[in-house]
Design a protein around this ligand. Sequence first.
Ligand code: NCD
Length: 308
Amino acid sequence: MKFKGRDIVSIKDFTREEIDYILKVSEEMEKHVKRGSDLLKGKIMATLFFEPSTRTRLSFEAAMKKLGGECIGFSSAEGSSVAKGENLNDTIRVVENYCDVIVLRHPLEGAAKFAAEVATVPVINAGSGAEEHPTQALLDLLTIKSEKGRIDGLKIALVGDLKYGRTVHSLAYALSLYDVDLYFVSPEPLKMRESVLHDLKERNITYHEYTKVKDVISDVDVLYVTRIQKERFSDPAEYEKVRGSYKITLETLKEAKEGLIILHPLPRVEEIDFAVDHTPYARYFKQTYYGLLLRMALLALVLGAVEE
Ligand code: NCD
């Protein structure tokens, strides 16, 4: 296992052993959240965000600061020279002179891979179009492991926009390394991406596809709900057709299995009713705390601050 200097571009680049190790280091980060640390003192992280973000960017920044490091960056292309026509290659070649690690979110699939090839410092993919969001998948695993005590043996449903949602693509790959039952629940036009299904078949992973949450709710241990990715639809009329086609309410949860947990990468728009927030099932706000731990661990690992 080698993490120092490593790019985090796709969850597919990681073995189960490596992921388990990242989760273990994340758990050890809890003490630094409380007391602070100077593990990354003198290190600088640059966040280059070409798409909106609340949790991902702020948790990366908080993670860096909790470990004593510094942050620079921009949160929209308008605030950078990209607005003047600078290309990603040039932006990366400039920014790498100012930092020790780059965290990139970009609307184009393949952008993180490209940046990682150009950069001499490690690049962490914080979302590459509809393709992947590997650090979200890792924090989702950390949440499941911490809240359920294990990942193996669970029945896990990914619900919502499985076509355009990058979090569910990365999470499906990550879960394929564990002994889980996978349920993909989505309106017909938003079914899981064909390329992901193809890769799962190649890995001999079985999955079940459904269109209604009510058909799985009494079976599953984890309900991972996602937003319809409105901004990725080429035709607004197509979005209107699926809008509001699923919503988790107290009624939906009447049949829930005991010990069910509900996760969501957030932002929530209308797919989980606010009333659900007050049930013991809701873990989506706690999930954001695990995101802090996970990102602390990743930064410490790629910057070589923890033993491997
Ligand atoms: C997700 C994303 O950006 O892909 N947000 C996040 O990072 N937690 C999910 C989304 O935007 O729906």
